[in-house]
Design a protein around this ligand. Structure first.
Ligand code: ARG
Length: 471
């Protein structure tokens, strides 16, 4: 008994597939999300087959309208998904044959699911990268807006989570914007490697039929075609690269969220996350928890997991396509959903933060955060830095012992540690003086930060057009 009527590949089989195997090998539950791209790719492929005289124009029209109807039905949720159809490619092909008969059987001419799945993933990722880029851009705008609004707020900058030197809140916020700039650049580069058309590679070796790969690429708006059929069907670099880019992006969001978690604690009190972006405790009535920030931090772990998962799937595979590669989809889809969800909610939350100016300034002024400024002051008086470091270290020790701030010391007390201190020392003891003295390019002085904002606004104007030309 042949089962060729039930499975597109059933010809050489004498026994039907075990139900368990069908369920185990099926990917339709998750790859059905590729339906639009699968159909789009098939329509372009069919147009090419007709142009090349491999199918007639009558068959072409039948196939195209059959595919368009399937698309409509799927979108209207009027399509039966069953696991025996295995994957999205077979589901669409089977539906086509059911609907239009013989002509439908010609669609897969010279094509394999191996090159088809690569095409679908590339079409899908092109769209998702664009959406991710739009969301990054929204988050960047939200950060820039806050940086402009809060230009006069000073807070302690930390290293080792110990107060280090005072900085502008805007400078701090723009640091995250720089990270997002790199994330954006990485994704744009990744897009170029996604944007390559693999169809025509067939199972692994290409095809003997007179197809025109360039034409398919043109119809689907791909600037390039893959150059080696074996590489084309076994390559998932573009998926791994996307997940890696997403991992770094998640890491950046996670660090920002970690700051928000710490800053919103009672001990810090630097920021209040709006009520609509926090949740309460079911037992402790006083609590307002930064759950959104915590979850973004937590979800970063799962995106890393997706990356490791895919790299591990790929690492031992012999040339060329192997069924293991079907395991690329869930980590990819999960990454796309997670990263887009996090970007979206973080932009909203970042636009709803209330910074506590007094609390931040108070913390910035304390903790001897201007000690480096005093050391620099002595350097300008000709004291070698190592020596001035020692002098100021002893000064700080004295203050701790007496429970005083540097700004509260008299000039006589300063002179006990170094005779060359002058009255002008009092001009470098406030957090504001300290911030504004750091005016080197890329520094935290208001002048330097405003310059960077001006640059960013200039870059944004030039960049928009370039990005449009590319995509
Ligand atoms: N569902 C498969 C995947 O995602 C499609 C390719 C199947 N190819 C094959 N020769 N079984 O990888």
């Amino acid at each position: 008994m042949s089962i060729s009527d039930e499975k597109p590949w059933g010809g050489r089989f004498n026994h039907p597939t075990d139900r368990l195997v069908e369920e185990f090998t099926a990917s339709i539950q998750f790859d059905k999300r590729l339906y639009r791209y699968d159909i789009e790719g098939s329509i372009a492929y069919c147009r090419m087959l007709a142009k090349q005289g491999i199918i007639s124009s009558e068959e072409e029209e039948k196939i195209v309208s059959g595919l368009e109807n399937i698309l409509k039905d799927i979108e209207a949720e009027n399509f039966a998904w069953t696991p025996d159809l295995e994957d999205i490619h077979m589901a669409v092909e089977k539906a086509l044959i059911d609907r239009i008969g013989k002509a439908g059987e010609k669609l897969h001419t010279g094509r394999s699911r191996n090159d088809q799945v690569s095409l679908d993933m590339r079409l899908y990722l092109r769209d998702e990268v664009e959406k991710t880029l739009d969301l990054i851009s929204a988050l960047k705008s939200s950060i820039l807006k806050a940086a402009k609004n809060e230009i006069d707020i000073i807070l302690p900058g930390y290293t080792h989570l110990q107060r280090a030197q005072p900085v502008l809140l805007s400078h701090y916020l723009l640091a995250y914007r720089e990270m997002l700039d790199r994330d954006e650049a990485r994704l744009k580069e990744c897009y170029d490697r996604i944007n390559i058309m693999p169809l025509g590679s067939a199972a692994l070796a290409g095809t003997s039929l007179p197809i025109d790969r360039g034409y398919v690429a043109e119809l689907l708006n791909f600037p390039k075609i893959t150059k080696n059929s074996m590489d084309a069907v076994s390559d998932r670099d573009f998926v791994a690269e996307f997940i890696f880019d997403a991992s770094l992006l998640m890491m950046h969001m996670s660090r920002f969220c970690e700051d928000l978690v710490i800053w919103s604690s009672g001990e810090f009190g630097f920021v209040e996350i709006s009520d609509s972006f926090t949740t309460g405790s079911s037992i402790m009535p006083q609590k307002k928890n930064p759950d959104v920030a915590e979850l973004i931090r937590g979800k970063t772990g799962r995106v890393y997991g997706n990356l490791v998962s895919l790299l591990t799937v790929m690492k031992g595979l012999p040339m060329s396509y192997n069924r293991d590669m079907q395991e690329d989809k869930e980590p990819l889809f999960d990454t796309v959903d997670t990263v887009k969800g996090c970007l979206h909610i973080l932009s909203e939350m970042a636009g709803n933060l209330k910074f506590n100016r007094e609390r931040m300034l108070e913390a910035a002024a304390g903790g001897f955060s201007t000690a480096t400024d005093v050391a620099d002051y002595l350097v300008m008086k000709g004291v070698p830095f190592r020596e001035s470091h020692g002098i100021v270290g002893r000064l700080v020790g004295y203050c701790i012992e007496k429970d005083r701030e540097l700004s509260a010391l008299t000039i006589e007390e300063f002179r006990k540690f170094y005779s060359g201190f002058d009255e002008d020392i009092y001009r470098c003891l406030t957090a504001e003086d300290s911030v504004n003295s750091r005016s080197s390019y890329g520094g935290t002085a208001k002048k330097a930060v405003l310059k960077r904002i001006e640059e960013i606004e200039g870059e944004a104007k030039g960049k928009g057009l370039k990005a449009k030309g590319k995509m």
